[in-house]
Unconditional design. Structure first.
Length: 692
């Protein structure tokens, strides 16, 4: 193993000589964009020495932050720019003449590039396809997933020389197959190309029959319209040749779209591999390599929102380091509601939407309409729910075809349960939908569909708690109630609660209502029986959770009283159990209050929210007083540490009550809480004095 491999770095990153080839490619890109080095310096804010060293090849591997700034300034994809600085498309002759000892796949993946993480399964899958006889493999996924990087690394791991055909970024600048084949015959195979194209293809084929080599065809989607090749660029002729059983070559194609050409489908050795986003563990590994402080919740939410997109991970790592000092948590708190804030990422998503709009307007319209659903609350939408958004398609047979056309472009994800959008795609979709006349209609249809999922028995979902008035006779029943409530409190909102809230959300969007109360005043819904039923359900949910929370508070108070009584009588085992259930019941009470508040927040109903907050503050107030009394009791029992703990918890609880009453401007209650806090401080001072 050479020194480069021992350090786990790519050969490009530690190349001792100038990377003149990369420098020339970089200067060529500047010329194409008509941007001078001086102009690039102004656009990016980079020092002129940084740009100069890149152009001369002295800097073979620019930093991620530098690449992001340059890509932004030139208006190109980050992937296009990074490819310039990766290993040459044909491996060096030195590697061919001085073969290295064979290493395991995991060692190779580590030594190639410490940034290349989480793709072991993909490498293994490509290996299996090739072992089964595949000659041409289409690697398909949405933009930024890492298709090109995977293909390059696979060739590198195999030690296989490969030729690269960059298709182009738009249909207007597609590379000529004829010119490319002629160039490779002349420069790589040292062969005089024939003048006739078909004869030249046969000449190229004979070379591939005699020599094992790889071919990488990158960004093929630019040459496709709805899965078929744009004429007359001869891509179909080339792929037909490459899929022939007689060639020894292996061809990897990257594309955001599938190929539907029936001629290619006939070849058993033409395979498609749909590539998925990186797993969360890979994101964590990458961020840790780049010295980013991990927060598990932020990482999980960010990974889910972006669908594990590799290029997003790459872009954001630099942003997190520069804008949030490496804190993943801080970065996510600032940016979670605007996933397309970074211009390079915005352009990556925008280009995919734009191409779909040009090639398949029906699928594009559906994609935008799908943005009206909120997948963080309803994770998947069954196919029936998508049909509701195809209201303007009269031909029923066309509806599944439109869905398939959209699904095959991988912008819409699907499982056995239904379809969904990653949040980053949803944000672009809803932004575009808001600019159309379809916005209100989409929300109306989505609300109607979700309402069909609410069963007639959906109201019988709140856990029932029996409050025992005679505590001593029903203590075991009270314990059972607390345990049942604890199990219910561990769950999130039920499916029907969520559906009801989403129906309200879609209605608010349709009527442009700012809150639930404003929606209820809309004349068109006042006499709507179904809407009234949904409204009653929302009120019942809030009231039920509020009542449950108060009941659990009373259980907590009752068990605390029992605990004090039993401790006075020396029943320490019983007392310990009662104090345990007191804490448990209080915790569950707070959980129910939070559920009620969550519902009021989702419907933006201030009056409902204030009622719940008032109940919560009352319970906090009386809980604070009971803890004050407990502190005095424990002090008399000469349990000074426990007494201090009870006093401290009492003060904290009373202060929370004071905050809520202040927010609600309930001045009488504010004064009562202040008196309770003052009384508590006197007790604390008295107990401290007597202890001394």
């Amino acid at each position: 193993m050479n020194k480069v491999e021992k350090k786990g770095l790519s050969a490009v990153a530690k190349r001792p000589k100038k990377n003149k080839e990369a420098g020339e490619e970089f200067k060529k890109l500047l010329r194409e964009k008509r941007v001078t080095q001086y102009k690039l310096e102004q656009l990016t804010g980079l020092d002129k020495s940084v740009i100069s060293k890149i152009a001369t090849g002295q800097t073979a591997n620019p930093t991620p932050t530098t690449l992001v700034k340059i890509a932004d300034a030139l208006g190109v994809e980050l992937g296009q720019l990074t490819r310039i600085f990766e290993q040459s498309n044909v491996k060096s002759q030195d590697s061919a003449t001085h073969p290295q000892p064979q290493k395991s796949e995991s060692e190779v993946l580590t030594s190639i590039n410490s940034d290349f993480v989480g793709r072991e399964e993909d490498i293994a899958h490509l290996n299996n396809l090739v072992d089964e006889g595949a000659k041409v493999i289409l690697i398909q996924a949405e933009g930024g997933i890492g298709k090109t990087t995977l293909a390059r690394k696979w060739f590198e791991i195999q030690g296989l020389e490969y030729l690269e055909l960059r298709v182009g970024t738009t249909p207007q600048n597609l590379n000529s197959i004829e010119d490319w084949v002629r160039l490779k015959l002349r420069d790589y195979f040292q062969e005089n190309p024939e003048q006739n194209f078909m004869t030249m293809l046969e000449q190229f084929k004979s070379k591939l029959q005699n020599r094992k080599i790889g071919l990488l065809i990158d960004n093929l989607e630019s040459a496709l319209i709805n899965g078929e090749f744009i004429a007359p660029y001869n891509y179909l002729e080339l792929l037909t040749l490459l899929a022939d059983n007689g060639v020894r070559s292996v061809t990897l194609i990257t594309s955001r779209e599938p190929i539907y050409e029936h001629i290619l489908k006939r070849f058993q050795n033409f395979k498609t591999y749909v590539m998925k986003g990186l797993k969360q563990e890979a994101w964590q590994q990458y961020f840790e390599i780049h010295k980013i402080n991990i927060d598990n919740d932020a990482l999980s939410n960010m990974h889910l929102a972006y669908g594990g997109n590799a290029e997003v991970m790459y872009i954001l790592s630099g942003d997190i380091l520069t804008t949030s000092k490496g804190s993943l948590k801080d970065y996510w708190q600032k940016n979670y509601d605007d996933l397309l804030k970074e211009p390079t990422l915005k352009n990556l998503v925008k280009r995919q939407f734009d191409k779909l709009q040009q090639n398949n307007p029906q699928a594009y319209n559906l994609l935008c309409r799908l943005g009206c659903y909120r997948y963080q609350y309803v994770p998947v939408i069954p196919e029936t729910g998508i049909y509701y958004l195809l209201w303007d398609e009269q031909n029923e047979r066309n509806k599944p075809r439109i869905i398939i056309a959209l699904r095959d472009r991988t912008l819409v994800k699907f499982s056995t349960e239904g379809y969904y959008l990653y949040e980053v795609i949803r944000q672009e979709a809803i932004e575009r939908l808001e600019l159309t006349d379809d916005f209100k209609k989409s929300h109306a249809e989505a609300g109607i569909f979700l309402s069909t999922l609410i069963s007639n028995h959906s109201q019988a979902i709140i856990p029932k708690i029996t409050y025992a008035q005679n505590i001593n006779d029903n203590q075991e029943q009270m314990y059972l109630n607390i345990e049942n409530a604890e199990q219910s409190a561990k769950q999130e909102l039920t499916k029907h609660e969520t559906l009801a809230l989403e129906v309200i959300y879609h209605a608010m969007e349709f009527y442009d209502a700012g809150c639930f109360e404003e929606l209820r005043q809309e004349p068109k819904v006042l006499n709507n029986p179904f809407f009234q039923a949904i409204t009653n359900m929302i009120y019942e949910y809030v009231d039920s959770y509020n009542i449950l929370a108060i009941a659990l508070y009373k259980f907590a108070l009752s068990t605390q009283i029992l605990g004090i009584l039993d401790q006075r009588e020396g029943k320490l085992i019983e007392s310990s159990k009662e104090f345990e259930y007191c804490q448990k019941s209080w915790k569950v009470s707070q959980s129910f209050f939070q559920t009620a508040l969550l519902i009021t927040e989702r419907v933006k109903e201030d009056k409902l929210m204030n009622n719940v907050l008032c109940s919560l503050a009352d319970c906090l107030y009386y809980r604070g007083i009971s803890l004050h009394q407990l502190g005095i009791f424990l002090h008399r029992m000469v349990k000074y540490n426990e007494s201090t703990k009870a006093f401290n918890e009492s003060k904290l609880t009373l202060e929370k009550a004071l905050q809520i009453f202040t927010r609600l401007s309930l001045y009488q209650q504010i004064e009562e809480v202040k008196k309770a806090i003052h009384s508590l401080e006197i007790s604390q001072q008295s107990c401290n004095t007597s202890t001394v």
